[in-house]
Design a protein around this ligand. Structure first.
Ligand code: UDP
Length: 251
């Protein structure tokens, strides 16, 4: 793993050289509007990502979820075939990826969408070596359609893609007001405390629902640290990338 020492906050030195940023679909929506995708929210995220990409010498790949549009479990709960419902969820991630690409390109950040489900007219297919080449050329890469397989959420493809492109870390942005991993849900338990660091196994054994456990154990097996942080706090993407002490580091 390539990691620069913590605390290089003042300078423009990134903590990592290549990261996967995991964004939930709901992070693209807003409680202030009824829209599935809120343009000002996406625009704000794109501005932060674009600025970090150009100011810091860092390669950013994004895995975007689709929960603002559809989750496989929603349909399955209503009696739909689970695999079909999951495919609908994956298609939702493509819609989000295109919205993010549009917003990133509006702030001058070259971006490529690579989908695990082939849609030649819409975006490129996911090809590992091509993804790495785009990153090396300074493009933000957005991975769409998860892994292309049902029965997963986008947390696991975030971990898988991170391993495939040899990313140094996963940055898992939260949007629920919880700014890291807590001993209990801080929205319901006032005594909950935030961990600055926690081990992969502890997350699983304490059943801390910050990320799918499949993804957490995959990251453990492949030694990929996960930084959980509050995505909605302005400036936090850059803060995470330069190694400010925010959120919780799982490793
Ligand atoms: N999904 C899937 N396989 C994958 C990734 C996603 O089947 O590899 C489906 C699954 O139904 C999931 C939906 O796509 O619920 C949307 O992804 P997710 O729930 O992770 O979205 P998020 O919560 O991050 O917005």
């Amino acid at each position: 793993m390539t990691e620069v020492a913590l605390g290089e906050v003042g300078g423009a030195r990134p903590r990592w050289h290549r990261v996967v940023l995991k964004l939930s679909g709901e992070a693209l929506a807003s409680s202030l509007s009824d829209e599935t995708i809120d343009a000002s929210t996406v625009g704000r995220l794109a501005k932060e990502i674009g600025a970090a990409q150009s100011e810091l010498d860092i390669q950013i790949a994004i895995v975007v979820g689709g929960g603002n549009i559809w989750r496989g479990t929603t349909g399955a709960g209503q009696g739909m075939d689970r695999a079909t419902s999951d495919i609908m969820g994956m298609l939702g991630t493509v819609i989000n990826a295109l919205a993010l690409q549009d917003a990133l390109e509006h702030v001058g950040c070259p971006t490529r969408v690579l989908s695990a489900i082939h849609m030649a007219e819409v975006c490129e297919p996911y090809i590992r070596r091509r993804a790495i080449r785009h990153l090396e050329k300074g493009r933000v890469v957005i991975f769409a359609a998860g892994m292309g397989n049902p029965y997963f959420t986008t947390d696991t493809p975030a971990a898988l893609r991170a391993a495939e492109i040899e990313a140094d870390a996963i940055l898992k942005g939260t949007h629920s007001g919880v700014d890291g991993v807590y001993s209990a849900d801080p929205r319901h338990d006032a005594s909950a405390t935030r961990y600055e660091e926690i081990g992969f196994l502890e997350v699983v054994s304490r059943d801390l629902r910050v990320m799918d456990h499949t993804a957490v154990t995959f990251c453990r097996d492949n030694a990929i640290p996960i930084l959980v942080f509050d995505l909605m706090q302005e400036g936090n993407i850059r803060a995470a990338l330069v190694g400010e002490r925010i959120g919780t580091l799982i490793r």
